[in-house]
Design a protein. Structure first.
Length: 114
């Protein structure tokens, strides 16, 4: 049995997920909590937002985010990959900064034009 706090809505329900009985979920306040609980135990996914260095721009760092969630266990490797990036201005909002992060199929994209 695993316990997680649901983040789908502001309620913050404490979900109990029983892996031994077909991922049975209890403690949910809505149907979305069931899906979240099962997914969080089976394959937790996370979004990453961060910044990268940029040369010849008004600001020293450019904000970036993933275009889709990646497996939770890849977060540290993704951040190490991102740490190696150095952009040169101009950069457009939505521009791909790192493609196929850690083989996940997700890409880091710029969230601001600089």
């Amino acid at each position: 049995m695993k316990t997680v706090i649901c983040i789908v809505c502001p309620k913050g329900c404490h979900l109990n997920i029983d892996e031994e009985h077909g991922y049975e979920v209890s403690g949910f306040g809505c149907e979305r909590g069931i899906a979240y609980g099962v997914e969080e135990v089976r394959r937790p996914m996370r979004m990453i937002t961060s910044t990268v260095r940029i040369d010849n721009a008004a600001l020293p760092r450019c904000p970036v985010k993933l275009d889709k969630p990646i497996d939770k266990h890849l977060i540290m490797a993704a951040m190490k990959e991102l740490d190696q990036v150095r952009l040169t201005s101009p950069v457009s909002e939505g521009q791909i900064v790192v493609e196929n992060v850690c083989g996940s199929g997700a890409s880091f994209i710029s969230t601001r034009s600089l």
